[in-house]
Every structure is written in structure tokens, then in C-alpha cells.
Write a protein that binds this ligand. Sequence first.
Ligand code: BGC
Length: 753
Amino acid sequence: MTLTRKISLVTTLLYLLISTASPARTQTVRERGVDEGKMKVFVDDLLAKMTLEEKLGQLNQHRWSWGENGDSIRQIYQKNVRDGQAGSFLGLQGVAYSAEIQRIAVEESRLGIPLLLAQDVIHGWRTTFPTPLGEASSWDPALAEKTARVAAVEASAQGLHWTFAPMVDVARDPRWGRIVEGAGEDPYLGGLLAAARVRGFQGTDLSQPNTILACAKHFAAYGGAEAGRDYNIVDISPRTLFEIYLPPFHRAVEAGVATVMGAFNEVNGVPMHANGYLINEVLRNGWGFRGLVVSDYTAIMELQRHGVAATPAEAGILGLTSGVDVDMVSEIYHLELPQMVREGRLSGAVVDQAARRVLEAKYRLGLFEDPFRYHNAEREKTLILHPDHLQIALEAATKSIVLLKNDHGILPLPPAPGSLAVIGALAADQDAPLGPWRGQGMAEDVVSVLSGIREKLPQSTSVYYQPGYTLPEFAGEGLMEAALQAVDQAEAVILVVGETARMSGEASNRTDIGLPGDQLALAKAVLGRGKPTVVVLMNGRPLAIPWLAENAPAILETWFLGVRMGPAVAKVLFGEENPGGKLPVTFPRVTGQIPIYYNHRSTGRPPREDDFFSSKYLDAHWTPQFPFGFGLSYTTFAYDGLAVDRESIGVGEKMAVRFQVRNTGTRKGDEVVQCYLQDNVGSVTRPVRQLVAFERITLQPGEAKTMNFTIYPEQMSFYNSGMQKTIEPGQFTVFVGGSSTAELSAGFEVVAN
Ligand code: BGC
């Protein structure tokens, strides 16, 4: 049996098992103003004029080169554009260059088809916002929509039409560096943020020059990389795939995402760029996705390395027939596939279909009407780093901070201390706050934590800064002594520790997610001096910090917060803002607990202190250091009065839940109110609980709010042992509170209709 045949057998089998469960929904195409009928006539007409080479040329995406040999490479690319051999570019921005390449495409190629210019606009463009995992800590989809909107405004002002974002991969393994790019471990939170970011990038009308095509990536299960090693194989059950990894993609499709990117990994033996079942059957036919699918960087070529194609041509055939329309960088489609079509090994109709999708994307952006609408030097000059954008950067940074510990109310610090020691090179670093994938973000735009603190404090406060360790090595030799002297001089201490920007992100995985280098030794020495000390964590992924969690009186998780990191951290430290973020991902105590996530399925021997033969460790507690959804505030909140609307509902009905949240402290504060659901008994094991609703609210001291949440039938459903989506009658439990360990609960029953 050939390999291709084997793959198709496996996928057919999976399809039979699962497809009945996927409700056929049609994608909501959000853009207005595109007359689908007119577009079809236009594209039909254009396709009829195109040669096979020109069609395959549309499927070719070059990586623009600014490198040393840039000139000659650029000349080749320009020739390819003239010859109709390139449909899009990655990494070409700035009005001057982008307008020139567009001019060549439009004026010097035979059919004058405009190019698509794409780039990774992940968490801002020049105005850099918190990294996506950081921003997810805000639990504020409206904020995520706003920052994506600003990113689109700036990127489009520099000639870009297309971002490779949002990254919607669920990640349960913080060793994996790319956890920084997503929304964490939860499919529901991740799905709402995915949809919000799609709306932000694409707006409501893609033909406006300040909206860009979004791209949900990496389809699919990229976050499941075995051992947390990027690009590694993914071996997960269909249930986990469909219940955990796919839902955020589905949400992005429902929000109208225009493009989807394939994932580098294989899933259960089938490389994603050869996974016709997931791309053509689930994504397109099942969910009604009508946009284009782009490969990841050289991933078509990598099909050979996966060992599912013997030659580049075979890899190209496999990729294209599996539904990957655009070949990023491999240059296999346009170089190898014309011959394959001529030999009858690849159907011309498949090429036409993919070319149509590329042309439609260009049409939706309005590029056939005006190919130069994204190349406006005036917009470029006025919109980049616009003051309004910086204001949003400050809001996003402030809302993303999570207070992990605050013994004896040590925070907030008094607004005008006599003296303060700021320890840690990360405090003065203007690079780390940009995080990985920084677009056009520049260190010179960043206000560091140290500068933010200095700007906030009055002249009368003496601020003693000492790096304490080097960057990027985190070596303390020769620096610790001076740091301790500064500590001895000061009334209070801010200790900034964590990771550099490049310790997370693509290919940046770690086997030990503790504090790198000498930072723990520094922390022990600093805390040993007995001064009131606040630990500020700056990092891309969850860290394992058992010693700090035990011994530091106060800990703020600040991630990489972007250009306004310093002012945001300072506002929180000195009490002008009250932190209200919550963790979108579990923090383990030690690396060996990974994978650890809140929505795990029930086991037959759940961990118990008094039962040796239960599911736990000899050398660490089984619970996380900080659970999913956790975060403190300078005030306190109380939950009560939980009531379900009815004691029982029929299968397919929704359930209303009501309760009260009260600010029981003395400061105004934000609380992320969370609601979880457990299906008590199922025909297969179910998660111990799963997030089904949340809302970030602001309450004045003493103020109470009645919350009304709805639990939808979809959220009571699951895949049974036959992989059919079902809602089973029985008891459900609702939990509400301020984290995934919420205890206030109520039950209801679902009865057979
Ligand atoms: C990454 C993608 C990214 C692409 C283009 C790849 O290495 O996996 O996320 O969009 O490069 O920059």
C-alpha cells in the first residue's frame, strides 16, 4: 500500500468516527461590501486568462530578504513577480519598498495581479503590546480586539495586507517556548480571545485600507508537541484534539477569519500539511471555512523530512491536495507542480481552486480596485506609535498584571518611600518587554520597569539600582555584592527576575522552567536581608518558583508587557492601579509536574493525602503552585447566593445561573468572575471541571453585583466513546468564584426529552 493511500485510509476512518459530530456551520463572513456574485465573475474571468504557471505562481510565497546578498535575491524575486511567479511575500514592509514591489506586480506582470504582503504581527506592530499569553491574563476579549485593531492600523500603514496571527494553539506544556504566543491552556478563554483578535485585525470591512487578513495558526495541535520540544510529534487522542485543541480554531472561523496556517507537526502520524481530513473535511466542509490555507515556513518541503513524500514533487502534490493553498518559502508548488499537472499526477482543478482562494483574498481586500491603497506614506508617518496607541499599550499592560502573592498587604508600596532598591538587570532592560515576535517593536520605544518606577516616584525618594546579574546569561558573579549593598541602604526592595525575551518563542524550549542562572541565589541573598521585598517576574511562560512562592512576601507576574511596561508596573506597585489579571495557564511547582492543567479528566484514584495508592508524587505535592484562573487583588471579593434557574432542564436546553459578587475590601478593584461546569457522570471520563463563562468586572468598595451567566447546551456536550457529540442526561455541577479552584457550587439535572 502506498503511503498516501495509507494516510487516506486512516483519515477516512477518523472521519467516519468523528464527522457526524461536526455541525455543518457556515462561516460568517464579516466583511461588508463584497458582492460574492461579482467576485465570482471577476475571478472566473481572471482564472480563464491565466496560464498554469501563473496560477501556481499565485500559490508561491517568497520570503523577502534584507540580508547581505539581499540585492541579488531581490532581483530574482522581482523577476518572479514580473513573470507572474509570486503571489505573496513574507517580510516586506515599509511603504517605499512595498509600493515598489506592488508597482512591479501591477504594471510589469502580464496580468497585473497585485501581491499580498504578509508578516507576523503578533502583539502589536511598532507599538508593542503585552505578549499574547500576557494579554490573555487580562481575561478581556474587548481589550484583545482593541490591541489587534491598533496592530492592524500600524501594519497596514506600512504596506501589509496580512498578518500571521492570531496564534490560537492551546498549550498545556510550559516547556514549549511558543506558549508565549497563545492564550494559554483553556479552549474557551482561548476561543473568545481568538475571535476577538480576528475581529480586531479584520474589522468589519476588509476593503478598508486599515484592515488586514488575519490567520488562525497553527492548525492543528501544535501546542501538543511531545516533551515540549517545538516541531516534535503530537500523539493525542481524537477526543483531546476535538475537545481541547480544535475549539479555538472553530471560534476563529466563526468570527470570519480569512486565512489559516498549517502546523509544522504531525498529529497521530499524519503531518498537518498532508492532513486532508482535518483541513478539507473538518475545517472546510465541517466548519464552512471559505478562506485560504497557507503553509508554515518551508513546511511543504518538510513533508519529505517527515517521511511521507519521497520527492519535492510528491510533497507538493500531497500539500496541495490536502488543502494547503499557499506554499510559504519552499518554492515547490511553482517549480515542481506544473510538470505534475502535465503528467496527470495532479488535477488542474485543485490548482484552480487554490488560485481562486488567493485571488479572492486579494479581491476582498479591494486590491484589484486599488492595488496601492496600503502604501500611503502619510499614514505611515502619522499612525506609527500614535499617542492613542501608546495609551492603549498602557491600558493593556496594566490590565495584564497578575498579583500572585501579597502577604500582610505589603503591596501597594507607599507612593513616596524614602528609599528603594531596584535589583535585577531585567528592570533596566528595554529589550525583554518586547518579548519574542516583536514586529517592528524597538527597544528605544520601551519604558523599562526602572524608568517607570523613577518617573512615578517623587524626587525625594532615593532609588538605588543594581543589576545583580548579567544579561542574557543571568550570571551573578561580581554583581551580587553591590546588589546587596543597595538592599541594605533601602527601605524596601523591588527584585526583578525572570527570562530574556529570547528564552521563549519559536524553538526556545526549556527542560527546566525554574529561574535561569544565578537568579535564585540572588533572590535568596536579597530576601535574606529581611527588607520588605516585592518580586516582579518578567517572563514568557509559567515558571516553577517554589522557593519564591514560599519565601517572598509579594510576587507580581508581569510577563513581557510591551512598550509601556514600566509605567504599568509602577502604577501597580505604588497603588495607582489595582491588579486584576488572572492566570490563563497553570503554574507548576516543579517542571516534573508537566503537563499539569486544571481541566484534566477524572481518574479512578484521585490524589489524597491519606491514601498512598492515589495519584500523586513522592517528592512534590500534586497541586499546582498557582492554579489556572488565579490572581489576587489589593481588595477582596466574596461570592454568594448561587442559584440555578431550574433544577432540571431537557437535553439541548440552556441553563441560567445567578449569584452575587461583592467587593469586601477598601479599594476599588477588578475581579474576573469565573464559572465552571462539571458533568458528574458520563459514559466516558469527563474533565473535573471546565470554564464555561467569565466576566471581568469593576467594583467599588462595598459594592455588589448580581451576575447572570448562561451555560449553553454545547458546553454540556462531549464526544462519547464512538466519537459522536452528545449530551447525556444526568447531574451537572456549577462552580463560581475567582479561580479554577472555586468552591461555591450548585447542581442541576439534564433529563432525557
Ligand atoms: C512560524 C510561523 C510564522 C512563520 C512566518 C514560522 O517559523 O512557525 O508562526 O508565521 O514562520 O514568519
